[in-house]
Design a protein around this ligand. Structure first.
Ligand code: 5GP
Ligand code: ZN
Length: 133
């Protein structure tokens, strides 16, 4: 897609610090470096986000995550990693080419905060509509 910043990175039209590449995915450092080594893994094929992804494209992308994540964690001596993936503006997506954030963690106060707020359960609709393929 011509006006997509990640397609331009994949095409080499915009510079990036790349750490892994194969036929299907590219992994490069996020410009913000939320923590040291914060990396984005993107499919080379332009797909808006996971909500529009086929099972095959998802399998191709996510199959690469464990190896890249372990490499970053071990190489940088991180104690763990948050793996985050935003879909649509309400969820924090700002670049509309699917991507997975790999955020190495070093300390509780290292720059990234993951928190969950408790709410009452209301699952009836979900349970009745999702069927296995
Ligand atoms: P989102 O908010 O869509 O989940 O994440 C988009 C990410 O892309 C942000 O963390 C942002 O820092 C990163 N980003 C945006 N533009 C560029 C760029 O030109 N180069 C790199 N390396 N990262 C970018
Ligand atoms: Zn794109």
């Amino acid at each position: 897609m011509t006006d997509c910043i990640f397609c331009k990175i994949i095409a080499g039209e915009i510079p990036s610090y790349q750490i892994y590449e194969d036929d299907d995915v590219l992994a490069f450092l996020d410009i913000t470096q939320t923590t040291k080594g914060h990396t984005l893994v993107v499919p080379k094929k332009h797909i808006r986000n996971v909500l529009e992804m086929s099972a095959e494209d998802a399998a191709t992308l996510f199959a690469k995550i464990p190896k890249i994540a372990a490499h970053i964690t071990q190489t940088l001596g991180a104690s763990g990693m948050n793996i985050l993936q935003n879909n649509e503006t309400i969820a924090g997506q700002t670049v509309f080419h699917a991507h997975v954030h790999l955020i190495p963690r070093y300390r509780k106060d290292d720059g990234f905060t993951a928190s969950f707020t408790e709410h009452e359960l209301d699952l009836k609709a979900l349970q009745s509509t999702l069927t296995t393929p």
